[in-house]
Design a protein. Structure first.
Length: 111
């Protein structure tokens, strides 16, 4: 048979293991003067949008090849935005979404 040992806790150890209370420190608060800056008036003219005017069919060399291919395949689209990553957006897309895109007018547009 195994004999169980009885554990005895020393009386003075319990008071030594208790941490002393910590008082919260308060940092001094200096009041800084508040300066009011008036809001700038918005410009009346909207930001210019990159736009290529109607391009004659003979002068399609200035357009990117991908844009010309898309415009040939879709003569029902009169204009669209194309960005540098190849994304294509309709001409009525908000300017926030097409700020870096260029508006191409379709020379193959048929009504």
């Amino acid at each position: 048979m195994v004999k169980k040992k009885a554990k005895e806790a020393p009386e003075n150890v319990a008071s030594e293991n208790v941490a002393p209370e910590i008082e919260p420190a308060e940092a001094p608060v200096a009041e800084a003067p508040v300066e009011v800056i008036p809001a700038a008036e918005p410009d009346e003219a909207p930001a210019p949008v990159n736009e290529i005017p109607n391009v004659p069919a003979a002068d399609l060399s200035i357009l990117p090849v991908q844009a010309v291919d898309y415009l040939k395949r879709h003569p029902e689209v009169d204009a669209l935005y194309i960005d540098k990553f190849g994304g294509m957006f309709p001409k009525d897309t908000l300017k926030v979404f097409v700020k870096d895109a260029i508006l191409y007018n379709n020379p193959y547009f048929k009504l």
